[in-house]
Design a protein around this ligand. Structure first.
Ligand code: 6PG
Length: 480
C-alpha cells in the first residue's frame, strides 16, 4: 500500500509529526539513516509504532518508492548543510511535481535558494516553520508555510488537519505566501521567543535580587500574572519551573548552570534586521545576553574583579505589580520590533504578509502562545497599514500606563547592578521613538566635520544637503 506522505528524520520533532499525521488517518512512510552502531532509530520506531499505519525504512530508495504521486516528503533534519545533502540525494529519485517540504528552522535565505533550484528542476518546494516542541508536534503545532503555491493545494489539508486549534476553532496553520516567507515568519517567531524568555528572566531577577523574594514566592507571582494580560505558555512553564524541587528539597533552577545555548534562529532574525535597517535592539540584546551568559570564564574573572557592593535594602520599594507592568510594556516593545521587521521585509520583497493572520497563527500550538496575540491580531485587523504596534490605541494606552513602572523597574535594577539588557533596551527603543531633536543631530555634525558627509537642516526641505567648513570656523575663532 502506498503512503500519503513521507517523513525524513526521526528526531523528536520528526517522530512526533509523523505520529500526529498518522493519527489523522494518513499512511506515513518514515526514513532515518542507518546509524553507525549506536542508535537504530528505525528499529526503535518499528518496535514502538509498528502496528500503526506506518512504513519505516532506512533505505532511501524504498522510502521514495513507497510514496503515492505526487510524492510529498517532509524533511525534519538539522537546518543548514544536512538539508542540502538530503535534497541532493532525493532529487535524482523524484519525478516532476513531487513535493519536498523543509519543516526545520532553516534560514529563509536558504529556503529561497532551494526553492529556485528545485522549481528549475520541475519539483515543488515548501519551507515550513513548525512551532510547538515535542508535545506541539504530536498534538498540534503552529505552522507557517510558503514556497510553491501549487504544492499547498496538495499538502495543505494534511497540515491544516494536524495543526493546533485556537479558542475560536481556527487552525493555527498559515500559508504565508511566496518565497521563504514561512521560514522568515518562523525566524521572527523565534526571535520574539528569545525576547519573551529574556524578559521573563529579567523580571524574575528583579523580584529575586531587588525585591528579595525566593523562587517559590516568584512562582506564585508568575502564576497569578499568568491569569491576566501576561497569560501565556512561557510564563506558565516558568512558574512551574520555579516551584520544582530536586529530591534533596532544593530548587532545581538553582542547580542549573547559567550558560544559555541557542541554535541560531535569533541570529538569523538579527542579521535580517541589520540588512533591513530596522531597529531591533531589544531582541538583539536577548541574543547577546545568551552569548554573554555562555562566556563563563570571562564572567568569573569579572565577578572577582568587580564584586557586588552589599545592597542597602534588598526589599526595595518595588511591588510585583510594578514589575508586571514593566514586563508588559517591554513585551509590547519586543513584539513591536518583531512585527516592524516583518512589515519592512514584506513591503520590500512584495510578500504581502497578513500580519493579523501571523498573530493569529501563533495563538495556539506555538511556544509564544499567549492572550497578547489576540490584541495584536485586532490591531492589524483594524489597520492593515499599521506602521508600528505602539500606534494602535490599545497598545498606546498600555504603554502610557506602564512606562513609568518600566522606568522604575529598569532603573532600580541598574542601580543595584542587576543586568536587565532587554528591559533597558525596551525603554531606550521607546524613548528613541518619541524623542524629537535628538542627539542624532550631533552625529550628523561629527560626520560632516571629519568626512564632509553633509547634513540636512531643520529649516530646509528634506533632501537638501549642507556642509560646514568646521575647520575655518575654528580658525576664525582663534583669530578673534
Ligand atoms: C519552537 C521553538 C523551536 C526552537 C527551540 C530552541 O517554536 O518550537 O522555537 O523551534 O528550536 O525553542 O531554540 P534555541 O536553541 O535557539 O533556543
Amino acid at each position: 500500500m502506498e503512503s500519503d506522505i513521507g517523513v525524513i528524520g526521526l528526531g523528536v520533532m520528526g517522530t512526533s509529526l509523523a505520529r500526529n499525521i498518522e493519527s489523522r488517518g494518513y499512511r506515513v512512510s518514515v526514513f532515518n539513516r542507518p546509524h553507525s552502531g549506536k542508535e537504530d532509530k528505525i528499529g526503535a520506531f518499528k518496535s514502538k509504532f509498528g502496528k500503526s499505519n506506518f512504513f519505516a525504512t532506512d533505505n532511501l530508495e524504498k522510502f521514495v518508492q513507497s510514496l503515492s504521486k505526487p510524492r510529498k516528503i517532509l524533511l525534519m533534519v538539522k537546518a543548514g548543510a544536512p538539508v542540502d545533502e538530503v535534497i541532493g540525494e532525493l532529487v535524482p529519485m523524484l519525478s516532476k511535481s513531487d513535493i519536498i517540504i523543509d519543516g526545520g528552522n532553516s534560514d529563509f535565505q536558504d529556503t529561497q535558494r532551494r526553492l529556485k533550484l528545485l522549481e528549475e528542476k520541475g519539483l515543488l518546494y515548501v519551507g515550513m516553520g513548525i512551532s510547538g516542541g515535542e508535545k506541539g508536534a504530536l498534538n498540534g503545532p503552529s505552522i507557517m508555510a510558503s514556497g510553491s503555491a501549487r504544492a499547498w493545494e496538495e499538502i495543505g489539508k494534511i497540515f491544516l488537519a494536524i495543526a493546533a486549534r485556537a479558542d475560536d476553532g481556527a487552525p493555527c496553520c498559515l500559508w504565508t505566501g511566496p518565497e521563504g516567507s514561512g521560514h522568515f515568519v518562523k525566524t521572527v517567531h523565534n526571535a520574539i521567543e528569545y525576547g519573551d524568555m529574556q524578559l521573563i528572566g529579567e523580571a524574575y531577577f528583579i523580584l529575586k535580587k531587588c525585591a528579595g523574594l525566593d523562587n517559590g514566592e516568584i512562582s506564585d507571582i508568575f502564576d497569578e500574572w499568568n491569569r491576566g494580560k501576561l497569560g501565556g505558555y512561557l510564563l506558565e512553564i516558568t512558574s512551574k519551573i520555579l516551584s520544582a524541587k530536586a529530591p534533596d528539597g532544593e530548587y532545581i533552577v538553582d542547580k542549573i548552570l547559567d550558560c544559555a545555548s541557542q541554535k541560531g534562529t535569533g541570529k538569523f532574525a538579527l542579521k535580517t534586521a541589520v540588512d533591513e535597517n530596522v531597529p531591533f535592539g531589544l531582541i538583539a540584546q536577548a541574543v547577546f545576553a545568551r552569548f554573554a551568559s555562555a562566556r563563563l570564564q570571562e564572567r568569573e574573572k569579572a565577578a572577582k574583579l568587580y564584586p557586588d557592593s552589599p545592597a542597602a535594602n534588598p526589599r526595595a520599594e518595588i511591588s510585583p505589580s510594578d514589575i508586571e507592568d514593566a514586563l508588559y510594556a517591554s513585551k509590547i516593545m519586543s513584539y513591536a520590533q518583531g512585527f516592524a521587521l516583518m512589515r519592512s521585509v514584506s513591503i520590500r520583497r512584495k510578500w504581502n504578509l497578513d500580519l493579523a493572520a501571523v498573530a493569529r497563527v501563533w495563538r495556539n500550538g506555538s511556544i509564544i502562545r499567549s492572550v497578547f496575540l489576540d490584541r495584536i491580531a485586532r490591531a492589524y485587523e483594524s489597520d492593515t497599514e499599521l506602521e508600528n504596534m505602539i500606534f494602535d490605541d490599545y497598545f498606546a494606552d498600555a504603554m502610557r500606563g506602564g512606562i513609568e513602572r518600566l522606568r522604575k523597574a529598569a532603573s532600580l535594577a541598574m542601580a543595584r547592578g542587576c543586568p536587565v539588557p532587554c528591559m533597558a533596551a525596551a525603554l531606550s527603543a521607546f524613548d528613541s521613538m518619541r524623542t524629537l531633536n535628538s542627539s542624532a543631530a550631533l552625529i550628523q555634525a561629527q560626520r560632516d566635520y571629519f568626512g564632509a558627509h553633509t547634513y540636512e537642516r531643520i529649516d530646509s526641505p528634506r533632501g537638501e544637503f549642507f556642509h560646514t567648513d568646521w575647520a575655518s570656523l575654528e580658525a576664525e575663532k582663534t583669530e578673534e
